[in-house]
Design a protein around this ligand. Structure first.
Ligand SMILES: Nc1ncnc2c1ncn2[C@@H]1O[C@H](COP(=O)(O)OP(=O)(O)OP(=O)(O)O)[C@@H](O)[C@H]1O
Ligand SMILES: [Mg+2]
Length: 462
């Protein structure tokens, strides 16, 4: 990815050159301006998003730097600005911050200082944008109705979701990666009385403790280095709505304690504040960790676990509901074909067979990725096996089983696959090991729609 574009405005040529050299060496794109007038002109002539950050001196000869900042903020409110002030002019820094600058540095500054300030500002900005993008995505009116399934396994889960959505209970969504945890969390919200308020989401594993806390609870100005202004947290923004806590199993003990307080007392204290705020939030949490085990081993608070896990929605992996593969594949095929305006009618029978027999360790997400790729690579109007990056022998790599209860069929199917693989797909030997007749084995292979390799010496041993 290309690094960010920085606008630098300073009337001292030496400073401009120094900064430009430093940022270009770190692969940033840089544009420099010698005075406020040319900077304003550039911004007026440009467009939203054509620059990522502005580094601006507050003392310039042609125009008061504060005046420049005011005009910039009016033209481009979302553009993060870092101001440079001379030693002893802290008042102008304070004023700049009040006007919406993100941070300030005092000249002369060491290289590391200016780099870290710029990088922090860009990271905060990215987080803000990500939240916004996610919000818009999830606010699409059809987001809750886009859930595709035909299997009874998933129907049960879906019906439970709709039913519990109406209550106000906190919900824990479990499931392997890519099974649709976030999608289900969204339908809980959109099928609940809270649907008029916000559904916000945060990935607890992706953020450092400090950032997670400040994102969740918000912070007061001066709460930590870099906290130049006060900021609302997601709890406050989602007030009245639903907050999705993704990867809850990765939350530290200190954040766990704070979350427990929010759930029990319905109030929280923003980082650096002294007074608490009250909120009304429904929590949906998700994890692909075994939370029971985390609790037993002392890494996750039991009381928090019970508060979050009033109702569990357990999403079955795709391989345990193979009937859903075809409708999902068609759904994604349509979606990506429309997107690139390619006419594809459907799947060649061998392609369908291959997809149905694959074990999809990455579940629906993997299927979606495979379909996107297939649409791009397909040559005719049908998807053929050669554009599917999945191989039938992978069916035999049974993933480690957790302690969930599953049906005998699934175990039977996986066991047959395992033995087939170990014998190099030698059917007679497989039947012998399994203690069933060759005919029964053939029947089961057909029944479970297992795709065996069609080439190679050991696959035809009739
Ligand atoms: N039943 C379904 N119908 C339609 N799309 C689905 C379905 N299940 C999952 N998806 C899609 O698959 C992708 C993965 O789903 P989602 O992000 O909800 O999974 P997840 O369980 O949160 O995954 P991870 O554990 O990797 O975060 C998303 O694009 C989602 O829209
Ligand atoms: Mg997810």
């Amino acid at each position: 990815m290309l690094k960010a574009k920085i606008l630098i405005c300073d009337d001292e040529e030496g400073i401009r050159r120094y900064l430009q050299k430093m940022f270009v060496a770190r692969e940033y794109e840089v544009e420099t301006f010698a005075d406020g007038t040319s900077l304003i002109q550039r911004i007026e002539g440009g467009s939203e998003g054509d620059a990522d950050i502005l580094l601006q001196d507050v003392r310039m000869t042609d125009m008061d730097g504060i005046e420049v900042l005011k005009r910039v903020k009016k033209l481009r409110p979302a553009l993060p600005v870092v101001v440079m002030t001379a030693f002893g002019t802290i008042d102008s820094a304070v004023e700049a911050i009040k006007l919406g600058a993100y941070d300030y540095v005092t000249k002369p500054f060491p290289k590391e200082k200016i780099l870290s300030v710029i990088e922090n500002a860009l990271e905060m900005d990215l987080l803000k944008k990500e939240n916004r993008v996610l919000k818009e995505e999830l606010n699409r009116p059809d987001a809750a109705d886009n859930i595709i399934f035909v299997s009874d396994r998933f129907r049960e889960v879906y019906e439970l979701t709709i039913q519990v959505a109406r209550s106000d209970a906190n919900i824990l969504v479990l499931g392997e990666s890519g099974t649709g945890k976030e999608l289900i969390a969204g339908s809980v919200h959109y099928n609940s009385p809270r649907r008029g308020k916000r559904f916000l989401s945060i990935n607890c594993a992706a953020l450092s403790d400090t950032l997670l806390e400040s994102q969740l609870f918000g912070h007061m100005r001066g709460a930590f280095t870099g906290a130049i202004t006060s900021q609302k947290g997601l709890l406050e923004e989602a007030d009245g709505g639903t907050l999705f806590l993704d990867e809850i199993g990765d939350v530290s003990a200190s954040v766990q304690a704070k979350l427990l307080r929010v759930i029990q007392e319905r109030e929280f204290i923003p980082v650096g504040a002294t007074k608490s705020k009250s909120v009304d939030i429904r929590f949906v949490a998700a994890t692909n960790k075994d939370l029971d085990k985390e609790v037993k081993e002392g890494r996750f608070r039991e009381d928090l676990y019970y508060r979050l896990n009033v109702i569990t929605i357990d999403l079955p992996p795709l391989r345990e509901r193979a009937e859903d593969i075809e409708p999902l594949a068609e759904h994604f095929l349509g979606k990506y074909a429309r997107r690139i305006r390619k006419e594809i009618r459907g799947f060649a029978p061998e392609a369908l067979k291959l997809m149905k027999s694959y074990h999809w360790p990455g579940n629906v997400r993997e299927l979606e990725n495979v379909m996107e790729r297939a649409v791009i690579l397909a040559r005719g109007d049908l998807v053929t096996p050669d554009v599917l990056p999945i191989r039938p022998r992978e069916i035999a790599v049974a993933p480690p089983r957790d302690n969930r209860l599953i049906s005998l069929d699934v175990i039977e199917r996986e066991h047959i696959e395992r033995v087939l693989r170990q014998t190099g797909f030698h059917k007679s030997r497989t039947a012998e090991i399994l203690g069933i007749s060759r005919k029964t084995l053939d029947r089961k292979i057909a029944e479970y729609e297992m795709a065996l390799p069609t080439s190679g010496p050991s696959s035809h041993d009739a």
